[in-house]
Write a protein that binds this ligand. Structure first.
Ligand code: COI
Length: 356
């Protein structure tokens, strides 16, 4: 049995806690949940500030059955990754962006949220405490899942009187079972993910429960996931259940603009910046479902999916295919540029990575 690595800058003890051996085949790691050694927790009352965050051994948490998060979905989550470099250093990718997005979401959901500095420090602390779980270079990453929850009890509909910020981590590999091979999507005709004025643009937990039905139906038919259209015109691309969407036509890259119904993905934003730095024209605009017919390449982006090429999209029983055998040229170029930067294989001239 192994002991967790001691982290000098943090005030928790590794003297008595012993943890299980890591029994992971790093060559076969997927995106399933795997418990690690420590989680981080910090509380705050309504109108107060978060304070006294601390690490504790990973495990179940006790929550009042009347908690606002359980009854009324007053909760947000984030997702970011840590990579292990060849030289042993650990890299985080744009953690302040997640902190800012959580603060924006918290405002929409009437919750207090940690400051950007508290968020980033808590992420660093949690990653360092669990560093033995970060996959070897090139084998995957440590997925970091910050949660913000209304854990105080309510019965009538109202913001909770108490909030919990919690971070847990899990080592992960590819999100889709296809690995880095192209995925097959179906355009959703019946269900919608978000409405104007709703919460589609924030990372609230209910947005993800709401897509499970359409996703299960699609998966039962053999598709990898669902591509949603806007709910007003049923014509403009929005996003996939767990990621943003891009199309490429004649080397011009287009993606639906952020307008409240689409999650402002940090990978989406990074891909746009990387593409522009490589000289591509990138348009953030309304992209119609008809443009899928003519597109040369289609790909998805997200923290979990990274950049995933789309091999086909089915719309009203018509199937459009992209790329002869796998990654399209533009998608591949963007994937390589982004991941080399995230994994520390190239110089970070964007200043996006944070080394631990
Ligand atoms: C992520 O990409 O990090 C997400 O939060 C999506 C989630 C459904 C895995």
């Amino acid at each position: 049995r192994n002991r967790c690595d001691a982290v000098s800058s943090n005030s928790y003890s590794t003297d008595v806690t012993e943890f299980a051996e890591i029994e992971i085949d790093w060559d076969k790691i997927d995106f399933g949940f795997k418990p690690t050694d420590y989680m981080y927790s910090m509380k705050c009352s309504r109108g107060g500030d978060f304070s006294n965050g601390q690490l504790q051994p990973f495990g179940n948490i006790e929550v009042n059955p009347s908690a606002a998060v359980l009854n009324y979905g007053q909760g947000l989550f984030e997702g970011l990754k840590a990579y292990r470099k060849q030289d042993g250093n650990i890299l985080l990718f744009r953690p302040e962006e997640n902190a800012i997005r959580m603060r924006n979401g918290a405002d929409r959901m009437c919750m207090p949220s940690p400051t950007v500095q508290q968020f980033v420090e808590a992420v660093k602390t949690t990653v360092l405490a669990n560093k033995r779980w970060i996959p070897p270079p090139g084998k995957g990453s440590l997925y970091i899942r910050p949660l913000l929850m209304g854990t105080g009890a309510v019965l009538g509909l109202a913001p909770a009187p108490e909030y919990t910020f919690l971070i847990f981590v899990s080592p992960v590999g590819n999100y889709f079972k296809e690995g880095v091979a192209p995925i097959n999507l179906i355009v959703e005709n019946e269900f919608h993910r978000a409405t104007p004025g709703g919460t589609g643009g924030v990372k609230t937990i209910g947005n993800y429960a709401a897509v499970l039905k359409a996703q299960s139906i699609a998966k039962a038919k053999g598709y990898s996931d669902v591509l949603y259209l806007d709910c007003v015109h049923n014509r403009y691309l929005e996003e996939v259940s767990s990621c943003n969407i891009f199309i490429v036509k004649d080397n011009v890259i287009s993606t639906p603009e952020i307008k409240g119904t689409i999650l402002p993905g940090i990978t989406r934003k990074s891909i746009i910046e990387v593409a522009r730095s490589l000289g591509f024209k990138v348009e953030e605009r309304n992209v119609t479902v008809d443009e899928l017919v003519e597109a040369d390449e289609v790909f998805c982006t997200g923290t979990a999916v990274v950049l995933s090429p789309v091999g086909s999209i089915t719309y009203k029983s018509q199937r459009f295919s992209y790329g002869e055998d796998g990654f399209g040229t533009v998608s591949k170029q963007l994937y390589t540029s982004l991941t080399s930067l995230q994994m520390g294989l190239t110089e970070d001239n964007m200043n996006w990575t944070v080394q631990l």
